[in-house]
Write a protein that binds this ligand. Structure first.
Ligand code: PNS
Length: 166
């Protein structure tokens, strides 16, 4: 049986922590779908199109990885896409309760789909897209925490904000 993992997240924006999970996850799965799961009533810093474009640029030409977006129920997407596993990264202890709840509700919604966790690399243990955005928004350097292209896009977004042109 082909092992197809769906790696869902907001990816607003993709970070080096996400990339670490993607790279390591690819050793266990035949294919991976990176799914930008978004709420149409909430706007992020980057639009879904911008997030997709950034992920495409960062991943490059990897035929076993597809990038997609959805605003629906995750398990429905996984089933439709022919996936059998939801892949999530686990960081510090604070992630655990939320991730445990999500894994349980998803299993209750569809017992055929399992959630598999990879412990994040120690370098990314305390970083998240939200903290990275907060630091970048105040002019802090997030170099090394995100791919260079993301760093430049963050700088563009926030320098516009600071100069009042947005
Ligand atoms: O990167 P995030 O924000 O931690 O990702 C959370 C995400 C998008 C994976 C989660 O909110 C999600 O799965 N949303 C889709 C709706 C859904 O199926 N929720 C879980 C069952 S109620």
């Amino acid at each position: 049986m082909e092992r197809v993992a769906v790696y869902p997240g907001s990816f607003d924006p993709i970070t080096n922590g996400h990339l670490d999970i993607i790279r390591r996850g690819m050793r266990f799965f035949d294919r991976m779908i990176i799914l930008i799961a978004y709420n149409p009533n909430k706007s992020g810093l980057f639009t879904v199109e911008e997030r997709t474009d950034l992920i495409k640029k960062v991943i490059g030409d990897e035929p076993r990885i597809r990038i997609d977006s959805s605003s629906g129920l995750l398990v429905d997407y996984v089933k439709k896409a022919g996936g059998n596993v939801i892949l999530r990264g686990l960081r510090a202890v604070s992630d655990f309760e939320y991730e445990f709840q999500m894994a349980l509700i998803n299993r209750r919604l569809d017992r055929d789909i399992e959630t598999v966790f990879l412990m994040t690399g120690y370098k990314w243990f305390f970083t998240s897209s939200n903290l990275i955005k907060e630091a970048a928004c105040h002019g802090g350097s997030v170099r090394g925490l995100v791919p260079d292209i993301v760093l430049h896009r963050l700088e563009e977004k926030y320098s516009k904000d600071r100069s009042g042109t947005k």
